[in-house]
Every structure is written in structure tokens, then in C-alpha cells.
Design a protein around this ligand. Structure first.
Ligand code: AMP
Ligand code: ZN
Length: 458
């Protein structure tokens, strides 16, 4: 039984699919105006763990993640660079997918881009205008009237009596002090330059919030299971998504909402605006691996703030080496006939209980390290132990099995290896040794076996 904390009810509940043993999951994706920072990736790594735990429990997942490729920031960036919006955002979409791969994040089933769904958004805004919960302002923008939707504030638990409603807020992002009618459609302005679409209200573009309501319902239905994001998405973004969807359909929008806490630096939220961020690329250039960064991002409870520190990445390297050494040695001594020792069932039981207890990943890691300890101490040869590591890694995604083949070998090392294979085929042993030293100078050790050569990091 998989239990999770639901931000909507503020309680821990069992996660159960509405239909077909499948959890329909929507996660708010990146605004593609720049490279994502590792704070953003904390949210995506949390969602990856969530998805893997659902599957670990035998349920299927249909996962949709949007790409925000039109908003104030993307328009400003494209116009400042003097390039078309689609060209500008393509660079960052591509970078985002490459980064997800580095972090071993399972791709979503669909990545709808906002600019491909303008008609769906216009239709949703039209239905809200027809129902009388949205209105056109003098400048040709359309606003959602929050006083016409009685449920407004139920996610953020806002006490409406103490709020100054009746005001309007054109910006996509605002705080609880500025609750008011929010923009569904924004009339074209000079600063939008060439960006704009025709609509029943004139030329303009969608607000940020309408995109997620329109695209999630298109791909997952009017009522679906699970919606997530970083805690900063809870208000106003997710509150507004609920208002737009439920005011239009009259049905509950989402059963379970989950939010992860922030990645921080010196106690402050990591963000572009505070300037205290690292992109994934920057950390990779410093010599850390995607696997080490993943380890740090997931090995904290998702509802607790996590302070980023380089020392944590160094600790991750040591912990991963410990796992690698154990799994490596175990793989080499496997005896298919050996019986599975008793400690395996206990480790798996502890692991399962931890992940099903609102994704308690630190406790799950403790179960994994207990398995490492017992494996080393017993010197077991049982394949059942290796299977247990594989089962745990379905959730964690950080173990390299058959390490030498799987390691992320840099292009330079790979090309030296190819040369060395050719030298060996030509029985040019002096050249083969020279290349071995060249590879060693780059920090990699070559091993030769009957299957050919393989490399591991020093
Ligand atoms: P954005 O591109 O700003 O819309 O953010 C994309 C995702 O990253 C959202 O789910 C945000 O809530 C999340 N996010 C942004 N900054 C952080 C942070 N420092 N820690 C955790 N999640 C974050
Ligand atoms: Zn969203």
C-alpha cells in the first residue's frame, strides 16, 4: 500500500488509481528560457522517484509534463536575442532533455508544448467566459473572477475574508498578499513583438496557468489522479489550475496534489533571480557525475528543505563507490545454484515500507546500505542478492550493474579505446601499452578479458 501526503487534504493517504490500475500524473515542467538549475532538477528528480515508486507497486503510470515555451520570460529572451520564439526555446528544450538523461530521469510519455495548444486554451477561456466566471477587461485581456468560484483558496488554504480581492493581477507570478483576479488571456503589447495569436478577444497570448489546465485535461481527462510540482507552484499556479478546470467542467480536477520542498543555498531558495544557482552543466564541468548529483537530490525527504553543498556531492561519490564495490564483486562471484540468504527478505521489506511511507528515500537508502553490509560480511554468492539490488534500483536509479560497460565513458577515452582495439587486433603490443597509459592519464583503468577490453574509473 503506497501512502503519500496530499497537499489538498493535508493528510497522508493511500494512492489509488481512479481506473485501469494506472495513475495519470501531470507534473509542471520547465519554462524554457534558460538552462534549468539543480533546484528545478530537485523537483524533477522527486517526480521521477514518485513515478518509479508507483511502478514498483505494480501500478502503471501515464506521465505528462508540459514545456512552457511562451510567457513573459521566453518572450523577453527571444526578443532581446532578436530570434524567433521557437528558435530561442528550442535550444533550452534540447538542453533540458539532455540534462534529464544525465540524471537518469525516466522520460514522461508526453511533453506538450504550450505553443502547440493555443486553440485548446482559447476554448477553455471561452467556456469560462460563457459560464460567467471570466470577463474581458478594457485592454482586451481576459481575467478569471475569483469571487465567482467558491472553492478558490482550497489548495493553499487561504482565508478569503482576510484577503483584498476584487483587484487584478496581470503577472503570472504573485503571492498571497496579492490575491485577485488573474489573467487567462493577455492582450498583445508592444513588448511582445512578433509573438501573438488571434482570439475572440483580439490578438494576444495565454496566461501561464491556463496552459496547464488545458493540456493536463487534454491528455489525462477532466478528473485525474495526481498532480505535482515544487512547493512554489502551489500558489498561485496550482490554485488557479483548479479554479480554471473545475469552474469549466463542474467536476473535481485532481485527487492528489504533491509538492516538493526547495533546494536551498545557505538557507535561501536556489533561484535564477537570487543568482545563487548552479546549472547541471556547471556541476558536470566541475567533474561531478549525473549519478552523484542524482544521489544528492533524491537522498533527502522530498518535503524537507535540502541545503546544497559540495561536500554532499563528495559524500555521494564515496557512498556510490561503496555500492559499486559491493555489487561489482557480487556480480563476479555469482553462483546461480546458491540459496538466497535470509537478510535479503528483511532488506527488501524495510526498503518497501520506506518508499511506501510517503517516499521516505533516506530510510530506503538505509535498507540498501544494510544489504551492502550483509552482502560484504557474508560474502554471499546468491543471485537473489543481486536481484534485490536490482529491485531497489528500480526506484533509486543509481546503481551501475555490469559497471564497466555502463559507465559514462568520455568521448576522448572511447576514441582511445577504439584505437587500442585496432592496435591489439594488429598485435601491436607497444602501441596497445602506450594507449593504456594515455587512458590511465585521463583517469580510467583498462581491463582486458576474453570478451575484449573494458574501462572503469580510477
Ligand atoms: P520553473 O521553470 O521556474 O517554472 O520551475 C520548474 C520547476 O522547478 C517547478 O516545479 C518549480 O517549483 C521547481 N523549482 C524551482 N526552483 C526550485 C528549488 N530551488 N528547489 C526545488 N524546486 C524548484
Ligand atoms: Zn503547471
Amino acid at each position: 500500500m503506497m501512502n503519500v501526503f496530499n497537499s489538498l487534504t493535508r493528510g497522508v493517504e493511500e494512492l489509488k488509481p481512479i481506473a485501469d490500475n494506472e495513475i495519470r500524473l501531470y507534473t509542471c515542467g520547465p519554462t524554457v528560457y534558460n538552462f534549468a538549475h539543480i533546484g528545478n532538477f530537485r523537483a524533477y528528480a522527486f517526480e521521477d522517484i514518485l513515478r518509479r515508486v508507483i511502478q514498483f507497486n505494480g501500478m502503471k503510470v501515464k506521465h505528462v509534463m508540459n514545456l512552457t515555451d511562451v510567457d513573459d520570460k521566453t518572450i523577453r529572451g527571444a526578443n532581446a536575442a532578436g530570434v524567433a520564439l521557437t528558435d530561442y526555446t528550442k535550444t533550452y528544450k534540447d538542453a533540458f532533455f539532455a540534462d534529464l538523461k544525465k540524471l537518469n530521469i525516466i522520460p514522461a510519455d508526453v511533453y506538450p508544448a504550450a505553443t502547440d495548444h493555443i486553440p485548446e486554451m482559447i476554448a477553455l477561456v471561452e467556456s469560462l467566459v460563457e459560464k460567467g466566471v471570466a470577463y474581458k477587461s478594457d485592454d482586451g485581456s481576459v481575467y478569471f473572477n475569483v469571487r465567482k468560484f467558491p472553492g478558490y483558496g482550497k489548495l493553499a488554504h487561504i482565508d478569503f475574508d482576510n484577503q483584498r480581492t476584487g483587484q487584478r493581477c496581470a503577472a503570472d507570478e504573485y503571492d498571497k498578499e496579492n490575491v485577485g483576479d488573474f489573467a487567462l488571456w493577455k492582450a498583445w503589447e508592444d513588448s511582445d513583438g512578433p509573438v501573438g495569436w488571434d482570439s475572440p478577444w483580439g490578438r494576444g497570448r495565454p496566461g501561464w496557468h491556463i496552459e496547464c489546465s488545458a493540456m493536463s485535461m487534454k491528455y489525462l481527462g477532466e478528473t485525474f489522479d495526481l498532480h505535482t510540482g515544487g512547493i512554489d507552484n502551489l500558489f498561485p499556479h496550482h490554485e488557479n489550475e483548479i479554479a480554471q478546470a473545475e469552474a469549466s467542467t463542474g467536476k473535481p480536477f485532481v485527487n492528489t496534489w504533491m509538492h516538493c520542498a526547495h533546494l536551498k543555498v545557505n538557507g535561501e531558495k536556489m533561484s535564477k533571480s537570487a543568482g545563487n544557482f548552479f546549472t547541471l552543466r556547471e556541476l558536470l564541468e566541475k567533474g561531478f557525475t549525473g549519478r552523484e548529483i542524482r544521489y544528492v537530490l533524491v537522498n533527502a525527504h522530498y518535503r524537507q528543505g535540502l541545503n546544497f553543498a559540495f561536500s554532499a556531492l563528495e559524500d555521494a561519490r564515496k557512498s556510490l563507490e561503496r555500492i559499486d564495490r559491493c555489487v561489482d564483486a557480487l556480480e563476479k562471484r555469482i553462483d546461480p545454484a546458491a540459496e538466497t540468504p535470509d537478510f535479503v527478505a528483511k532488506a527488501l521489506e524495510d526498503f518497501t515500507a520506506a518508499v511506501n511511507d510517503d517516499l521516505n528515500i533516506p530510510r530506503a537508502f538505509a535498507a540498501l546500505f544494510e544489504l551492502v553490509r550483509e552482502t560484504n560480511a557474508s560474502n554471499t554468492t546468491a543471485k537473489g542478492v543481486l536481484d534485490a539490488f536490482k529491485r531497489m534500483d528500480e526506484v533509486l536509479g543509481i546503481i551501475f550493474f555490469g559497471k564497466s560497460e555502463k559507465e559514462d565513458v568520455p568521448a576522448e577515452v572511447a576514441s582511445l579505446l577504439e584505437e587500442r582495439a585496432a592496435a591489439r587486433a594488429a598485435k601491436n603490443w607497444a602501441e596497445s601499452d602506450r594507449l593504456r597509459d594515455a587512458i590511465a592519464a585521463l583517469g580510467w583503468v583498462v581491463k582486458d578479458s576474453r570478451e575484449g577490453q573494458s574501462v572503469t574509473k580510477k
